[in-house]
Design a protein around this ligand. Sequence first.
Ligand code: FES
Length: 101
Amino acid sequence: MPFTRIAAKSDLPEPGEAREFTVGEKVVCVANVNGTISAMDNVCLHRGGPLGQGVIMDDKVVCPWHGWEWDPQTGQAGHNAAFRVAVYPIKVEGEDVLIEM
Ligand code: FES
């Protein structure tokens, strides 16, 4: 799959924040952990909470609904490695943010 532009570089979340971006029919959660940008599926596997609306604590995205924690680089849940959301390659090229779905 080719990379698709999802945003301008200036739209990226600040360090320590996450944000939702729409890619076609999907929404992804883009997180910035100490300057490292990563992208994972936006839908929490617990009850479908929007991960991109969560905060980052201890390098994990915390689901805003009931607090499950997700590693934005591996997609793994902090409390149980059997739970994993999809992660997507993401990169910045010039002023563009590109993702491979
Ligand atoms: S929906 Fe994410 S923790 Fe419940």
